[in-house]
Design a binder for this molecule. Structure first.
Ligand code: SF4
Length: 390
């Protein structure tokens, strides 16, 4: 069968999966590499044509980024869970004197990195913790310098926008100055935590004391302008409605048009265990359709290359399935991850190895590729949406 015939057959099967003419119109736009509107995004999120949306997202994934699925060998460092805030959606934080509180010195962090570097070939260090004044810039200078002494090629992906805002205020300096110093000590990129939902009325219910959506996005823009790529998350499945998910995706897409600095979009399903919001669960809306949220993220975010599924949030089998719904990144081996563990993540009892990750990817006919410090697209670089940069 020629490639052209295959493509025509795929398009035909997508169109055959729905009788809804408005969905046919959306599909045509995707085939023509055109940007979807927020109204079209909301229609995709709420329509009843599951199979159609799945096929369309899988088409967009293949057309935009090919069949490679990325993963990394990552060690999580959570310096402390002590935090000055008490966000209702958070299962992680502790206060002084609590039994579950911990604090790790830079020496202890170094020992942990050394152990996993040698035993597990860890190549990426993901640092994220609470807002705590003992974790100041001197602390991070010491920690990063120690990590880089083990191997200068170890990639440090560290701290959320919320933590950078905290550090700037703590030292009475600007956020760009914080980035400048952290870069000189080895910072390579930012993870995407703390975005929650970028709509104030919802964000206030999840984390009323955190920086606003605008402040959060401003700090990502500053990072990108400082040459630091970042990821960005979206916490869903709590009190949001479809229009809030679409507003979040639209804001990410708009900032990406300006900076191009987002490497990966990471939808995170909210877990209700161990947090105040979960205790009020009678007030929560039914859980969003996780697969649909991934599919629509792929279709709306025509300018963000990678869509990551965290297997430890939802279990390895479901994560593998979501690779058919637009995702192209199976996250990481996630050694010593604790935020999801404390919130009752489904996959936390699984010991995930690099071999198991490769196997999960191959089982669905895709090609695994381990990344060490950022993505490497050389072999298969493709154009993203033709209308994505205005
Ligand atoms: S979400 Fe972050 S800032 Fe909020 S309480 Fe938890 S650790 Fe602290």
């Amino acid at each position: 069968m020629t490639l052209l015939t295959q493509e025509n057959d795929t398009i035909r099967s997508i169109l055959d999966a729905t009788q809804d003419p408005s969905l046919h119109k959306i599909a045509e736009k995707v085939f023509e590499n055109k940007r979807l509107s927020t109204e079209e995004g909301e229609h995709l999120l709420t329509c009843s044509d599951d199979h159609f949306v799945q096929l369309l997202a899988d088409y967009a994934r293949k057309a935009r980024v090919g069949d490679t699925v990325y993963f990394a060998s990552t060690l999580y460092i959570h310096p402390t869970n002590l935090c000055e805030l008490s966000c209702p959606m958070c299962s992680y934080y502790a206060k002084p004197g609590w039994e579950k509180a911990w604090f790790s010195s830079p020496e202890e962090v170094e020992a942990k990195v050394r152990k996993h570097y040698e035993a597990d070939q860890v190549r990426e260090i993901h640092v994220v913790g609470g807002l705590w004044r003992d974790c100041d810039l001197n602390y991070y200078q010491d920690m990063f310098t120690r990590i880089k002494k083990i191997d200068p090629d170890l990639h440090i992906k560290a701290l959320t926008s919320v933590e950078y805002d905290f550090l700037a205020k703590l030292h009475n300096i600007t956020v760009p100055e914080v980035f400048e110093r952290m870069k000189s000590w080895g910072l390579g990129s930012l993870p995407g935590g703390g975005a929650e939902i970028l709509v104030e009325e919802i964000r206030k219910q999840l984390a009323p004391q955190k920086i606003t959506s605008q402040e959060y996005m401003d700090i990502h823009q500053i990072a990108h302008e400082a040459g630091l790529p970042s990821n960005i998350t979206m916490l869903f499945g709590h009190v949001e409605e479809p229009k809030h998910i679409i507003a979040h995706l639209d804001w990410v897409r708009s900032l990406q048009d300006i900076t191009g600095g987002f490497q990966t979009f990471v939808p995170l399903r909210y877990h209700e265990e161990g947090n105040a919001l979960g205790k009020r669960k009678k007030r929560l809306k039914p859980q969003s359709n996780i697969r649909r949220v991934y599919a629509v993220s792929r279709l709306m975010l025509d300018n963000v290359r990678n869509l990551k599924v965290l297997w430890n949030y939802i279990g390895p089998e479901e994560a593998q399935e979501i690779l058919r719904y637009g995702a192209n990144d199976l996250s990481a081996t996630s050694m010593e991850e604790r935020i999801i563990t404390l919130a009752g993540g489904i996959g936390v009892k699984v010991k995930m190895t690099r071999d198991t990750m490769s196997q999960l990817i191959r089982q669905i006919g895709r090609t695994p590729k381990e990344i060490h410090s950022g993505y490497d697209y050389q072999e298969e670089d493709r154009l993203l949406c033709s209308e994505s940069v205005s």
